[in-house]
Design a protein around this ligand. Structure first.
Ligand SMILES: [Zn+2]
Length: 475
């Protein structure tokens, strides 16, 4: 029996479709020439600086859920429109609103004196008139975990890990684990309040805030970070072996739910406008500084890079989507909301890279993509090399803080790693202000994003984004 021509044709179509799926993703030579031009234009551009200056001066600190949060959204919508983005819209993001009103701490005995501290995000308030209790100190989260309840009940728990030092391997991850886990653990054992050493390397008396999290069923307690010199002072007192009594007065806490928004601006692609490169930064900041390095710079870098692409005589095939994410600081709310509402069509987000580690130079690129797209990433990395950016071909790249949630639902990720030597001393402190942002490294960032975004948007083939593609294995 002769096979039916229709069946033969169907078989051919299926095989061809499979081959197309497995075909390597490529970057056309013509695109590399345009990318080189973009790189040079970015290195002379001032838009990222103007956006960073504008947002930090005209809005200032942007605590999620505050009046300034709403002003920042209006500011960003107007900015995208003024820059000629083709489509500008918002998507709602809901979260518990936390407010900070005042904070004060002092040693009552044995040697009365004030201490510099700041409440952590989602800290509870102390009772009216403040709280007075003895301090029990621990050297680590594990030591607190091992401690008996009666050593903790009614006391102020202090965890004094060694001061952060990236070079010595005492990194941000280690310290922020104490910040996120410590208060809940202490509350579960009956502590009256929780203090930790600031998660930062700085020697100023400016404490370092950040979010904490109370497990379900655990009562929120007052939780705050001492500046590094104040943590040193408290530790010297504890080492003297006498009881150390503190008074804390923190007026802060959760005031209901708030609905903010991710603010989104898009530059439409030439031939596949429904597919897009996903980029951006977070629009919110902590309230202590003006959020210049964390993360006005990230919003500015990615917006400026998209604008340079919009100004090309010929648009790339795909769109460039810039998201100014809502409330990253208190728990990646904007990124999670984006991942949730776009998860079914995540294949359209061909590749993503967010800027959220300050404004200093990008030193390294990494990516997590399907194997057939690795050659295309090699070409993107080669186009970034003239900017002094190294390529670690084996290391993963989830795309950045907010995009980690989007990556987890299946978006391929590209990570442009910045030099964070200076960043950790400033972010989350009152010192996060515009004077820390320098024009030349900012331009290098814009150049890197413009090159990577343009080349990915012009690629023939995809990078492997699809629902569940890069699902994390349970640890
Ligand atoms: Zn940030």
């Amino acid at each position: 029996m002769r096979p039916s021509p229709l069946l033969a044709l169907l078989a051919f179509v299926l095989v061809a479709a499979q081959a197309a799926n497995a075909a390597p993703t490529t970057i056309p030579d013509a695109a590399l020439k345009t990318a080189a031009e973009l790189r040079e234009r970015a290195l002379a551009d001032t838009l990222a600086w103007e956006i960073t200056e504008g947002l930090t001066t005209e809005v200032g600190p942007r605590l999620a859920g505050s009046d300034a949060d709403a002003r920042a959204r209006d500011w960003m919508i107007a900015k995208f429109k003024a820059l000629g983005f083709d489509k500008v819209w918002t998507e709602p993001v809901t979260y518990p609103r936390w407010v900070r009103r005042s904070e004060h701490a002092e040693i009552v005995s044995p040697f009365p004196q004030a201490l510099a501290l700041t409440a952590l995000g989602y800290s509870a308030a102390t009772p009216e008139g403040g709280l007075r209790a003895d301090v029990v100190g621990f050297a680590s989260l594990e030591a607190l975990e091992a401690a008996a309840r009666d050593a903790i009940e009614g006391r102020i728990v202090y965890i004094g890990t060694t001061r952060m030092d990236e070079k010595a391997g005492r990194g941000y991850g280690q310290g922020s684990r104490v910040r996120t886990r410590g208060p809940s653990l202490a509350s579960g054992k009956g502590a009256a309040a929780f203090l930790l050493r600031s998660v930062g390397p700085e020697d100023t008396r400016l404490p370092h805030t950040g979010v904490t999290h109370f497990d379900d069923g655990v009562a929120p307690i007052p939780a705050a970070a001492l500046s590094n010199p104040d943590a040193d002072q408290l530790e010297r007192l504890l080492q003297r072996g006498q009881p150390v009594s503190l008074r804390l007065a923190l007026d802060c806490g959760i005031e209901g739910e708030y609905t903010g928004a991710n603010v989104i601006g898009e530059i439409r692609g030439r031939s596949k406008p429904n597919e897009y490169f996903l980029t951006g930064g977070h629009l919110d900041s902590w309230d202590l500084g003006t959020g210049a390095v964390d993360d006005a710079a990230g919003v500015a870098i990615t917006t400026a890079a998209a604008r340079l692409i919009a100004q090309l005589p010929k648009r790339p095939a795909r769109s460039i989507r810039v998201v100014a994410f809502a409330n990253e600081e208190a728990g990646l709310y904007g990124g999670k909301a984006y991942a949730e509402s776009h998860r079914r069509e995540i294949a359209r987000a061909i590749l993503g890279a967010e800027s959220d580690a300050g404004s200093d130079r990008i030193v390294k690129v990494t990516a997590t993509v399907k194997p057939e797209a690795r050659d295309a990433i090699d070409r993107i990395a080669a186009a970034l090399a003239p900017l002094g950016i190294a390529y670690d071909r084996a290391a993963p790249g989830a795309g950045g803080s907010d995009l980690s949630a989007v990556h987890a639902v299946g978006m391929a990720g590209l990570s442009l790693h910045q030099d964070t030597t200076r960043y950790f001393a400033w972010h989350h402190t009152a010192n996060d202000t515009l004077d820390k942002v320098d024009l030349e490294p900012l331009r290098q960032n814009v150049a890197a994003y413009a090159v990577a975004m343009y080349l990915a948007a012009e690629a023939k083939g995809d990078f492997g984004s699809k629902p569940g593609a890069f699902a994390q294995k349970e640890p």
